[in-house]
Design a protein around this ligand. Structure first.
Ligand SMILES: C[S@@+](CC[C@H](N)C(=O)[O-])C[C@H]1O[C@@H](n2cnc3c(N)ncnc32)[C@H](O)[C@@H]1O
Length: 280
């Protein structure tokens, strides 16, 4: 059974894969903390496993586990043969089915924003990382909420939707919360990095527009519920938002926070041998 996820849809795996250059992301955000050789790496909220596959390409000797709340998306993978070598485990990030200290590196990309009990999920990531191992948290701040100018029509479309999103546990400001979450999980030697993520100044690029249109289409049932009116109300709200992105005069942006921390204790790579055992 799947863990509830706001963007659940049969098109979601393809959308996730299409919107990132996984190899470039791993080089940029994980390379400095990847274990040197045959270490153990866990991707929490891996979707179909595209980023985990890129980790394997960067460290072919590593044992890389892709973990996600949707067993079907995870099992289907990306169709890329590189994915055959991944370990795939499904479950809830708030109760990871791994023993304490099982991994050298645990990371989560763009999952925590959807998890209402994100403190518990980060504590779990710290628990399953070995002493001296690293945890990397990557998430957005400002997604869907930062635009300029915001006229009355866009405001009327955005406000009920962001309220409805909040009721599902989605937090568009998760990025800024990662530092405190990492501290509360007991991680040390914290580093914080902030980069532009969405940055649409003037008319949106056609490829990026397609991605937004798909995302809004997947979110359409929630938008319709939020607006509470006939289906046309959701169509109108989506059209207003896309018109904002199409305008030469508007700005939409969000930033990505990356917080990296170390699990306190005596350093030392996770020894080889049996795969991480289920602890509950
Ligand atoms: C936006 S996608 C990110 C996928 C991938 N990390 C990426 O960066 O493209 C979020 C993923 O987190 C998963 N997810 C959400 N809540 C979860 C939970 N509580 N436990 C495990 N996975 C969860 C969803 O199933 C989804 O595949």
């Amino acid at each position: 059974m799947s863990v509830p996820y706001l963007m659940e849809d049969r098109r979601e795996a393809g959308r996730l894969v299409a919107k990132v250059d996984s190899d470039a992301w791993v080089r940029e955000y994980l390379d400095p903390v990847l274990p040197a050789g045959a270490g153990r790496v866990l991707d929490v909220g891996a979707g179909p496993g595209h980023i985990a596959e890129a980790v394997l390409r960067a460290r072919p000797d590593a044992e890389v586990t892709a973990f996600d709340g949707n067993p079907d998306r995870l099992a289907a993978g990306t169709g890329n043969p590189a994915g055959d070598a991944l370990v795939r485990r499904s479950g809830d990030a708030r109760a990871l089915p791994f023993d304490d200290g099982s991994f050298d590196l645990v990371y989560s990309r763009l999952m925590l924003q959807y998890v209402a009990e994100r403190e518990r999920a980060v504590a779990e990531m710290a628990r399953v990382t070995r002493p001296g191992g690293r945890v990397v948290l990557f998430d957005l701040d400002g997604q869907l909420v930062w635009h300029d100018p915001v006229g009355p029509e866009l405001r009327a479309a955005l406000d009920p939707v962001t309220e409805a999103l909040a009721a599902t546990g989605f937090d568009p400001h998760t990025g800024r919360r990662l530092f405190a979450l990492a501290r509360r999980a007991g991680l040390t030697e914290l580093t914080v990095r902030v980069d532009p993520y969405h940055l649409i100044a003037g008319r949106i690029d056609p490829g990026e527009r397609e991605q937004w249109a798909l995302k809004l289409d997947i979110a359409r049932p929630l938008i319709a519920r939020a607006l509470g009116g006939p289906a046309e109300a959701a169509d109108r709200a989506v059209a207003v938002f896309l018109a904002h992105l199409d305008s030469e005069e508007t700005l939409t942006y969000s930033v990505a926070f990356t917080v990296t921390g170390t699990v306190a204790g005596v350093a030392g790579a996770v020894s080889g041998g049996a795969a991480p055992a289920a602890s509950r």
